[in-house]
Design a protein around this ligand. Structure first.
Ligand SMILES: *Cc1c(COP(=O)(O)O)cnc(C)c1O
Length: 407
């Protein structure tokens, strides 16, 4: 097996082709160089890698299994496989990079982890890693998401983290990033900004991808053990793009494997502010310290975005995805709110697995591929579980799926 931390991209300045890089104030540039240097040391340090591997196995519960979803396979006429990141401790893939970031921060002598969170999954995963490793933790979260994802807010506080509301703009993920960035600028020495996806300035898109690439490295071996061959299709949802890069990376050189990234079409692709289909409808631009496809207005300001999935409503995307789109190696498509909620119930009722609404976008897209006549096998990254979403889904959509109000 290839060394999971051995990738040709990005270049030394953090570029994936024309995308990525580091567009930040000089005082942060110094800090990013330090983080990169510390990471380069850690990625070659057997003690660091052993500690991470130990935590993946005994704390997270890795390897996560692959499940052959036979009922869905029968219904759609393709073999559907699920990489079960929903079974990880804390319920999603994010713990994979949070543990890496927390161990790195500890090595660097930092006192506090700070981060933004959308659905609360990154916040919970980071608060968990902070508790385990012994660091303080401040989590910035949009006020709208705090209301929508209340159970995760409670979890973070139980774990000892501070949850700090972002109260401007749409009060969701982008504003949370703004607030966390501002706090980081005030003190980049004792704290470290543990970015929650493959976004932000170099080295974060590379580092988070490397920590997440365990997903694809495991899956590539597992699926061959199960079926004797590689999958015909990979499907993963794309918010910032970390679970997708985590799965895709191990398969990028396998020409026979078609790779699909799924963006949220929300309520409408026709209206600004009603979707977050960055690669589908955006154009290259710079925000949050890196260059990538971006949903922007004529002045280059980020547009408002929306998705029923809090973890997917981000107006930019990881720079490697922009590169892979332009290179034609990955196809990017969309699933809208309704398709995602349908898939949420279908997976729950046909397979007994309640998925996160984010992951439901990938499931919905796999169904679309099957309906378009794709055959063979589809490996879906089930990035997280739906426990965090059940109250919201039942309140907003329950009636349409035969669930009367529970109160
Ligand atoms: C955060 C999250 C996502 C979106 O983030 P990516 O960086 O695009 O992976 C997807 N699924 C779940 C379950 C999440 O919590």
């Amino acid at each position: 097996m290839k060394n999971s931390f051995d990738h040709p991209m990005p270049n030394a300045d953090g570029y994936f082709g024309e995308f990525g890089g580091s567009f930040i104030p000089p005082e942060l540039e110094v800090i990013m160089k330090e983080i990169n240097a510390a990471y380069q040391t850690c990625r070659q340090d057997p003690a660091f890698l052993e500690e991470l591997a130990r935590l993946y196995k005994h704390f997270v519960g890795r390897p996560s299994p692959i499940f052959h979803a036979e009922n869905l396979s029968k219904k759609y006429g393709v073999d559907i496989f699920l990489k079960r990141e929903d079974l990880n401790h804390t319920g999603a893939h994010k713990i994979n990079h949070c543990l890496g970031e927390a161990l790195l921060a500890k090595k660097m002598g930092k006192k506090k982890l700070i981060a933004e969170t959308g659905a609360g999954q990154h916040g919970v995963a980071l608060a968990t890693a902070a508790a385990l490793v012994g660091l303080e933790c401040d989590i910035y979260m949009g006020e709208v998401d705090i209301a929508k994802e209340h159970p995760n807010v409670v979890r973070m506080r139980i774990l000892g983290a501070n949850v700090i509301p972002a109260t401007h703009g749409r009060k969701t993920l982008k504003e949370a990033v703004d607030a966390a960035f501002e706090a980081y600028l005030k003190d980049p020495i004792t704290q470290i900004y543990a970015i929650g996806s493959v976004v932000g300035p170099h080295p974060f898109p590379m580092m988070v991808r490397d920590f997440q690439s365990i997903i694809g490295n495991e899956a590539r071996v597992q699926i061959q053990e199960m079926t004797g061959r590689l999958p015909d299709h990979l499907v993963a949802c794309v918010g910032g793009g970390s679970n997708a890069m985590g799965l895709f990376t191990a398969f990028l050189d396998d020409d026979g494997v078609e790779i699909h990234g799924v963006e949220p079409a929300g309520r409408s692709l026709q209206e600004v502010g009603e979707h977050a289909a960055t690669l589908t409808l955006g154009r290259p631009g710079v925000m949050h310290g890196f260059k990538s496809y971006m949903l922007q207005d004529d002045l280059g300001e980020p547009q408002e975005v929306y998705s029923v999935a809090s973890g997917l409503d981000y107006p930019s995307v990881g720079p490697q995805h922009s590169f892979l789109k332009d290179a034609g190696r990955v196809q990017y498509g969309t699933a809208d709110d309704k398709a995602a909620i349908d898939a949420f119930f279908e997976l729950s009722r046909l397979e007994g697995i309640i998925p996160a609404i984010e992951s439901s976008h990938a499931v919905a897209y796999a169904f679309q591929l099957a309906q378009q006549g794709k055959r063979g096998s589809i490996l879906i990254n089930l990035s997280g579980r739906g426990d965090k979403d059940i109250d919201f889904v039942v309140e907003k959509y329950g009636k349409d799926y035969g669930i009367e109000s529970l109160v």
